[in-house]
Ligand binder design. Sequence first.
Ligand SMILES: [Zn+2]
Length: 271
Amino acid sequence: MSRTTPLTEAFRTLGRVPDCPIIDLHTHPDAFQGIYFPAPDMDGILRTMDRANVRIIAMAPHTALKDPAYGNPITLQMMAAHPDRFRTYLCYNPHYPADLAGLLPLLDLPGVVGFKIHPGETRYPLTGDGYAPLLAAAEARGCLVLSHTWNEPTCNAAQCRQVAERHPNLRLLLGHSCFDDWTGAMALARDFPHLYLELTAAAHVTGFVDEAVAQGLAAQMLYGTDLPWFDPYTTIGSVVYADITDDDRHAILHGNAERLLAEVVSAQVAG
Ligand SMILES: [Zn+2]
């Protein structure tokens, strides 16, 4: 382990490292009320990706988090335009459980990797009945579920643990790694190999990346940014300059995501 390695030096001198592309599994490619983003549209997102050597992003529009019928088509259209760069989650609002039936067939589309849910934004507990059929369907089909997770009443580590116990094969991505409950998040990842610590905002917290890797969790850690909320280099820097190995850096920045995306495609073909 070191903070000065061939890979850290390559990032420091080049900024973009050809054999270490970035894959971002947590992004929101549209504007959001109450904050200015300089480049939230598709072309702006692509420029940002190219600047930081982000090869692929998986997306969920802000608008789709509450209004999936309006928002989900945004990313489906983006994927159609750039299938090599974009993947999408389907968003789902647990207050409208009847909508799930219309989403399930879309899981078969190329580039659709699973569901994004936001218990905080929709004020609905992750463990509630509105999410149960979605979690069961995702587990059965082998796709991903990216959930906003935070140390708050709707999506905290205890609730993630209940879901993990109920769904032992669900590939559950803990968005923000249960932010502010780092001990709880790392315990979850240790106890459940099918859970992943997604690093949006969490990577900015001093020592979290180092500690999670020290606990043997490098294969379950995923680069993420909430793009366009955070610039790609915030999380890149947090991973590159953590006191970990170059193998760990490759795993977190792209290797783990490559494996997960390949597993999703295999499950689609098998299903
Ligand atoms: Zn997010």
